[in-house]
Design a binder for this molecule. Structure first.
Ligand SMILES: *Cc1c(COP(=O)(O)O)cnc(C)c1O
Length: 243
């Protein structure tokens, strides 16, 4: 049976292929993180059996329940949301990749926890804030160098890439300059051998702008709504946001 989710996922894979082709890139260079936040475990299972092998969650606590139910080995689990320091140990235990490292303090804490937990390899991306959105997560470009210097010396944390979340705009083209800037920062860091994996991943692009991100060099796109449909915003979340 072809469900809506199966069809949406196939459509997203096809759009990734087409954008890669337009940009003269191989689609095998681009990974899809299916962003499953707010959706129940059964929906995630369906996505996994339809071929989504990387799942992205933005809250440690919510992810914990689902990962425990589905199994850590059933998919590659990525944390894409801001990580609070008191959730760092749980995150180390649950995730393969953390896209949202955005301070030296958080990196230091993650490295220390990895040593304590015997976690030899934790792939991390640095979330860069190029819009100067003071209230949002992400590290300012000016503070990036010292974080990178620390990551280079880490035994457990593997600095594998950069992530960006441009300010929301109805005009998807508004995101393009952010994607270009992030790629330039990545290229510059790669030329200084800053990345554990050599080239450095670029985690950029969401449902409304992943095709533009691919044109500008994204190697990982994070797509939720286009696969799972609109998220239901729960009351708990709304009241938490107000406080
Ligand atoms: C929710 C989220 C996404 C996916 O957003 P969609 O618009 O649903 O595709 C991507 N990245 C981050 C960091 C997110 O929090």
């Amino acid at each position: 049976m072809q469900t809506a989710l199966t069809k949406n996922l196939a459509d997203v894979f096809e759009r990734i292929r087409q954008s890669a082709k337009r940009a003269g890139r191989k689609s095998s260079e681009i990974k899809l993180v299916a962003v499953s936040k707010t959706h129940p475990a059964e929906t995630l299972r369906e996505a996994i059996s339809a071929g989504a092998n990387i799942l992205g969650e933005n809250k440690v606590q919510e992810a914990e329940g689902k990962i425990t139910e589905i199994g850590r080995g059933a998919a590659e689990w990525h944390l894409i949301g801001h990580l609070q320091s008191n959730k760092a140990r749980k995150a180390v235990q649950l995730f393969e990749v953390i896209h949202s490292v955005d301070s030296l303090e958080l990196a230091e804490r993650l490295e220390r926890i990895c040593l304590e937990e015997g976690r030899e390899n934790l792939s991390v991306f640095v979330h860069v804030d190029l819009a100067g959105e003071a209230t949002k997560a992400g590290i300012a470009e000016n503070d990036l160098a010292s974080l990178v210097e620390f990551l280079k010396e880490c035994k457990c944390l593997k600095f594998d890439g950069l992530m960006i979340l441009p300010p929301y705009s109805d005009n998807t083209e508004d995101a393009r300059p952010y994607f270009i800037s992030l790629r330039e920062i990545r290229d510059n860091l790669a030329s200084q051998n800053a990345f554990s994996n050599g080239t450095g991943e670029l985690s950029m692009g969401m449902s409304h702008d992943f095709e533009i991100a691919i044109e500008e060099g994204a190697t990982i796109v994070r797509v939720g709504t286009a696969i799972f449909g609109e998220r239901v915003h729960r009351l708990t979340r709304i009241s938490a946001d107000k406080s």
